[in-house]
Design a protein around this ligand. Structure first.
Ligand SMILES: *Cc1c(COP(=O)(O)O)cnc(C)c1O
Length: 369
């Protein structure tokens, strides 16, 4: 049986480093509720991400959900269906109505040309997604937001540590939400962060993530529990020391994929944006069956038959989920629908050997008719 290769592999610090990091927790017995690890990580991430303000939460999903609640949004939210379930679920779970904007066919982020026509007098916010590490047209989106007085909340789950024109990606819009899930470029086992500028928003968020408790005798909002615990924060502190070298290793893997797959007819790769310092989070490939000679599903089957597990990410489109099927029509966003039927993200993690990348590419290229 050939060696199994999964789409991703969680990064861990050296075991002893983590043990050293958590030792002090046995002295303080402070396990959660904004302890010392939480505060240290918050400060370090603020510097690393180059943002004005940041708070930590239990996961990326709650970062989105709590941010929308803290902004007191009501009505319609313009977003894209070419994303992970979390983005749309966070909107709906806040009692808001998602309105789907199509994505552009080059980098799969929100198509700003199609944004303005979706604004109505009920629109309160825009929730774009920096998919696969591709940064949205932040200037174009901000121009529409300013014109109509809309909030902008970025789902930045895929863009940890990236910069655009030298600015931390988390500094755009009103709020940016990061995920530190085990499968992401940077993890705190489970975890997330909210980057923002407005101090009042920050206070509401801090209350909301702790049941809406403002102080010992005042509960001002109907909050939830979205606090990051000390063991997660400790993992975050350790992983932060190594993330630079991890991203450099990812870059090598991506360079090899590009070397092998760029120029193969019918194989579309994401463009390289010179204004962006990439984190090399994902390697999506879009297969045009008519030109390539094999469909995405055929390539998927060929790889899984050899013990290699890529991911049909993002498929199905959120607007095609069972829970949204009666409400939305995936054909309203034809580019997103086209991509969801043709995209495959190939295995990518820092320790993926280049020989394995070659083997994966050989199988992919071998699918050509
Ligand atoms: C991972 C992810 C989330 C959710 O983050 P969790 O930390 O898993 O809750 C949200 N949006 C996108 C685009 C993601 O990839």
């Amino acid at each position: 049986m050939a060696k199994q290769i999964l789409v991703t592999q969680a990064t861990l610090p050296p075991f002893d480093e983590y043990v050293d990091e958590i030792r002090s927790i046995w002295e303080t017995r402070w396990l959660t509720n904004m302890g010392e690890k939480h505060e240290t990580l918050r400060r370090e991430l603020k510097d690393y991400l180059g943002v004005e303000q940041i708070d930590l939460v239990v996961n990326g999903h709650m970062a989105l959900e709590m941010s929308m609640q803290a902004l007191k949004l009501k009505g319609e939210v313009i977003t894209t269906p070419f994303t992970f379930a979390s983005t749309t679920h966070a909107i709906v779970r806040n009692g808001l109505t998602p309105v789907f904007c199509d994505v552009n066919p080059q980098d799969f982020t929100m198509d700003v040309e199609k944004l303005e026509s979706l604004v109505t007098d009920r629109t309160c916010a825009i929730v774009p997604v920096h998919v696969y590490g591709n940064i949205c047209d932040v200037e174009g989106i901000q121009a529409v937001a300013d014109k109509y007085g809309l909030k902008v909340i970025y789902d930045a789950a895929h863009t940890f540590g990236e910069t655009y024109k030298g600015y931390g990606v988390g500094s755009f819009g009103d709020v940016s939400c990061f995920s530190f899930h085990a499968t992401k470029v940077y993890n705190s086992i489970e975890g997330g962060a909210v980057c923002y500028r407005d101090a009042e928003f920050g206070q509401r968020l801090r209350d909301l993530k702790n049941f809406g408790i403002h102080d010992a005798e005042t509960v001002e909002a109907v909050g939830a529990n979205a606090k990051m615990n000390e063991f997660s924060a400790a993992m975050g502190l350790c992983n932060l020391r190594h993330v630079g070298e991890q991203i450099a290793k990812r870059a090598q893997v991506v360079a090899r994929y590009r070397e092998r797959l760029a120029g193969v007819p019918g194989v579309q790769l994401c463009p390289i944006d010179p204004r962006v310092t990439s984190n090399y989070a994902y390697f999506p490939v879009v297969f045009d069956e008519k030109v390539f000679g094999a469909s995405r599903n055929e390539v998927y089957a060929a790889l899984t038959a050899q013990g290699i597990t890529p991911r049909k990410y993002f498929y199905p489109l959120v607007s095609a989920f069972d829970c949204y099927r009666d409400t939305y029509d995936p054909s309203d966003t034809p580019v997103a629908l086209y991509l969801s039927l043709r995209v495959l993200t190939l295995p990518l993690y820092p320790d993926l050997p280049l020989e394995d990348v070659d083997r994966i590419c050989d199988i992919v290229i071998g699918c050509q008719a």
